[in-house]
Design a protein around this ligand. Structure first.
Ligand code: SF4
Length: 249
């Protein structure tokens, strides 16, 4: 739902993050097909482990739709083992490249020529592709404007106090897409900056004193000031210990 106050808040947050962190220039990949593979492998995985899996695929000459179709599921699983859940992800990768070949002849331009809604619907019908993976492929591989929602985004937005009424992927996505211009570059950088903030300071135990958004964040003001003021100085372990002590007082 459009809301001028939400729009202003989202724009301000973007400006602050961009001013603080600068452009993130995502997705970290050499080619669009690598983006699509990475979007599938990154499900429930740290990116460093995904990089190892992609490196294995490259070294084996298997980072192409045709090569992945020709390999057995077991061989794909062996190559992507570092990314975790490798048997399930091998089945997903095989399903994706089968779909890509049958529907688009492995031609990314043909796939990107689809409108966003139609392509998203098609992707969601492929085994193992959920909304976050589909949207990552659409935004970062086909360069079309769709906002990617992930766990970092949900955590940051809810802590800041902008959470939508429903705690669903679609509701969070509408929050951004109803209140920001449909701009691929903006959506690309905004999502990447939120991931950066989530990894950097808005962790499970947030380091609010170090956060560029702390003046506007509702969650920040919930923390006892003596804990928050020392979190930057002593780091996350000290902060966790202090919170626990506070809770047990
Ligand atoms: S102030 Fe704290 S809770 Fe709020 S966004 Fe920053 S790190 Fe997260």
């Amino acid at each position: 739902m459009r809301n001028p106050a939400v729009r202003r808040a989202l724009q301000d947050i973007y400006r602050q993050l961009m001013a603080h962190y600068g452009p993130q220039r995502w997705w970290p990949a050499e080619a669009p097909f690598e983006v699509m593979v990475g979007a599938i492998l990154t499900q429930s995985a740290a990116w460093t482990n995904v990089e190892k899996a992609i490196d294995n695929l490259k070294k084996a000459g298997a980072l192409s739709p045709k090569a992945l179709r020709e390999l057995s599921t077991e061989d794909v699983a062996g190559l992507i083992r570092p990314s975790g859940y490798y048997n399930a992800k091998a089945v997903k990768l095989k399903a994706f490249v089968q779909w890509f070949g049958e529907n688009y002849g492995d031609d990314l331009d043909r796939m990107a020529a689809q409108n966003v809604d139609s392509l998203r619907k098609q992707l969601l019908e492929v085994h193992g592709i959920g909304p976050e993976t589909a949207d990552s492929i659409i935004l970062y591989a086909t360069n079309q404007p769709v906002f990617v929602i992930d766990a970092y985004t949900r955590r940051i937005i809810s802590r800041i106090g902008l959470a939508p009424d429903k705690d669903t992927y679609d509701a969070y996505q509408r929050l951004f897409m109803d209140n920001l211009p449909a701009d691929t570059g903006l959506f690309n950088e905004y999502h990447a900056l939120l991931v950066r903030l989530g990894k950097d300071v808005c962790r499970k135990r947030p380091l609010c004193a170090q956060c560029v958004l702390n003046r506007r964040c509702g969650h920040h003001h919930e923390l006892p000031p003596e804990i928050d003021s020392q979190s930057a100085q002593y780091g996350i372990l000290t902060e966790d210990k202090m919170i626990q002590e506070k809770l047990h007082e």
